[in-house]
Design a protein around this ligand. Structure first.
Ligand code: ATP
Ligand code: SF4
Ligand code: MG
Length: 338
């Protein structure tokens, strides 16, 4: 399977000043991950673990206070071109060369962020014009209508303002417009969280269709709800306190989670009623750490029922175990259980 994106030890921190002292919120802190052609990768983890920050970093959408702190980020296009974060001088250049064409992002608050005074057809025109300055408005509207029909939406949607669409329709229209230029990678951040269960399913279907029709090659689906992501993802990456702690095929992660944090996430889904799940309740004791001063060693150790001496001192590496990769001393030389 061809790689579409490679992240190696990627770091992005929020810089904060308290008086004259500088602090960093280590929201993305050494993330390594590969995304393959055809992947629907679910990125899961509790609120505040860094999912949205990782999405912004993957888009190279770094604006203060968020700063790129190091590591490698590469996007590989269908025709084999490689784009590296280090190649770009600034955000404008990234925007011009990559956004929409090679990588698209539907942010967490997309539904609310849409300008109420801009019709869907103007959104389409702006996306298409970013690639082809000379495209006519008429042509852009035609392309947008075609795309809406292909995604089972009525073409008159182009004539509407976002607020005239129901939540589900709006989300699907946003997905259709964001991918008009057929980017290799689409990142969607909590696309279904604000929707009821029936509408969620329709949005998930639209995402699958985007990939099936080849409008996008790979999707990164971000959610704090592991039960949604298992319906759509072929792989799941679990994030905790700025790091990926486990990544593997969906079925292995759900049936045989290796990392104690993943086990906690799965158990909390199994043990809580849907209402509780919607509120993001979890049965993992304790709270995620403050990322300004995260725990030493394994960042999960203050909450982990299996924590050993080494866990407090040394950080476990993300290593291959079976079909997955996991960062936990229980599975590594140096831990007591190996
Ligand atoms: N602008 C900011 N300045 C400082 N810290 C920030 C900023 N935005 C986010 N953070 C911090 O970065 C960490 C990661 O936040 P992020 O929004 O990426 O988490 P998330 O996993 O997407 O959470 P959620 O599930 O609630 O969307 C959190 O500790 C958060 O408080
Ligand atoms: S490394 Fe240690 S503290 Fe961290 S999850 Fe594994 S057993 Fe728990
Ligand atoms: Mg988020």
């Amino acid at each position: 399977m061809e790689k579409r994106m490679i992240l190696e030890n990627l770091k992005a921190y929020y810089r904060q000043l308290k008086g004259t002292t500088e602090y960093f919120v280590k929201a993305v802190d050494g993330v390594s991950l590969e995304i393959y052609e055809g992947d629907i990768l679910g990125l899961v983890g509790e609120s505040g673990c860094g999912k949205s920050t990782l999405a912004k970093t993957m888009m190279m959408d770094l604006t203060p206070p968020l700063q790129y702190m190091g590591g490698r980020l590469e996007i590989i296009s269908r025709d084999g071109k490689s784009f590296e974060i280090s190649q770009f001088k600034n955000r404008d250049e990234v925007k011009r060369k990559l956004w929409g064409k090679h990588i698209a992002y539907v942010p967490q608050d997309a539904l609310n962020a849409l300008m109420p005074t801009i019709k869907i057809k103007k959104i389409a025109y702006d996306v298409l014009r970013s690639h082809d300055k000379n495209i006519s408005f008429q042509k852009a509207v035609e392309i947008a209508k075609e795309r809406l029909i292909e995604l089972d939406l009525p073409d008159y949607v182009v004539e509407l303002y976002p607020f005239q669409l129901s939540g589900g329709m709006r989300q699907r229209a946003v997905l259709a417009m964001a991918t008009l230029l057929n980017p290799e990678i689409l990142i969607v951040d909590e696309p279904t969280s604000a929707l009821d269960v029936t509408t969620q399913k329709i949005v998930l279907k639209s995402l699958i269709k985007l990939r099936k029709l080849g409008f996008v090659d790979s999707i990164v689906f971000i959610t704090h709800d592991i039960s949604t992501v298992r319906q759509i993802a072929n792989r799941i990456a679990v994030m905790y306190a700025g790091k990926i702690v486990e990544v593997g095929p969906t079925e292995s992660i759900i049936r045989e989670p290796l990392h104690p944090y993943t086990q906690g996430l799965i158990n909390s889904v199994a043990s809580i009623e849907p209402e509780g799940r919607e509120k993001g309740l979890s049965y993992i004791p304790g709270q995620p750490p403050n990322l300004m001063d995260p725990p030493s060693g394994c960042r999960f150790h203050p909450r982990c029922p299996y924590a050993m001496e080494i866990c407090r001192k040394e950080e476990p590496k993300l290593l291959k175990v079976g079909e997955s990769q996991v960062a936990c001393w229980l599975y590594q030389e140096g831990g007591e259980n190996v």
